[in-house]
Design a protein around this ligand. Sequence first.
Ligand code: ACO
Length: 439
Amino acid sequence: MSVTAPSNATSTATITLDATGQSTKLPLLTGTLGPAVADIRKLPAELGIFTYDPAYGGTAACDSKITYIDGDEGVLLHRGYPIDQLAERATFPEVAYLLLNGELPNQAEHAAFTTELNNHTMLHEQLRHFYNGFNRNAHPMAVICGVVGALSAFYHDSLDINDRGHRELSAMRLIAKMPTIAAWTYKYTHGFPFTYPRNDLNYAENFLHMMFAMPSAPYQVSPVLSRAMDRILILHADHEQNASTSTVRLAGSTGANPFACIAAGIASLWGPAHGGANEAVLKMLGTIGSKDHIADFIAKVKDRSSGVKLMGFGHRVYKNFDPRAKIMQATCHEVLGELGIKHDPLLELAVELERIAIEDEYFVSRKLYPNVDFYSGIILKAMGIPTSMFTVLFAVARTAGWISQWKEMIEEPGQRIGRPRQIYTGAGPRDLVSMAERA
Ligand code: ACO
């Protein structure tokens, strides 16, 4: 195969592929940032061959203007803005607006957006009864997966994906209702009464209020904790074409309604290799128990036959520090300070584990660094959020990214159903024999 590289970011070049004695020229596409991409779409028709990339490590599946990651440099941009600037100087609703609309809101746009969000924080009362169908000991991710999917049974007036107004209304409903759905899931699994949203509070304050307020006592939201919650939401808001976002896009490519697509994204997020990692990190720290056992644990991770991984470490795209992990670590110290926790054994264990791992040849040679979830669980636990709710929080935040990516895809001219192919490794053609003759 020979490659002719493009001379600048906007030009196209070609790859000449010699296979099965035939050759073709493939256009080389370039975006605003990032490496060039070979356009292989015409390969099956022209040469009768497919490309093989089971975990999509070398495949760009779409065009997107939303998020850019440079994994080698540890860079994350949303609509061009660096994640650290957004985490420091914007709020989650501003970031959600940015992801959805392409620009940060001005004052009037922000006021209109937050008013609109507030108008949709409540859930249909019938949906409230839907919770009663779940076991009280169900995992909260199982509950939100079901409740979000059920939104499509309640909000029929925003299901037409070909209607721009419907798409925008669904997006607004999802972003606005996710904190209510998440908080009520927590309340339900603990047997506490549901707390209704309060529109005089901001997004993060309202979420904490719905999580922790009780009819029996007043609840004052701490500004430091609500700011930390807001920052955690920003850091999880979007992350390019990860597994759950790709799931949302693939489900959406069939024309499925947005509530069903986001429920699919939640299911995909649940696994410990993805959003379930924050919960897995805390379980891992609990298993290690103390600094004295770190060496044994690292030895187990390095023993490939053990199947043990250092949770919260490694990333498909980042081969450097995850920029979100650095901000998360700083937020962790702020939150523990606010809560007056001078010595948190979990944090001390995590810091020591990180120190040892990033100097260890196994992790260095594989470019494994802490990801966003290495520290997020420690903060959430300190805030009083149970471990089983960690991934739910991730889903609340990521809904802004998922629905923005879904909307971008639906609005793309010529959008088609996503349909990968395969290498078939099964039996060749054969004749059916009657049951009596089967061995
Ligand atoms: N602990 C130990 N070894 C690891 C880890 C880890 N956390 N992550 C990767 N490796 C090893 C792999 O075994 C592999 O080793 P090898 O080359 O000797 O075979 C090498 O590093 C490369 O890793 P891959 O598995 O090819 O990486 P991949 O891109 O497929 O997986 C993933 C990325 C799933 C994130 C992986 O690093 C992992 O499981 N990490 C732990 C779970 C986690 O923290 N997930 C959260 C990701 S971020 C997010 O979704 C919010």
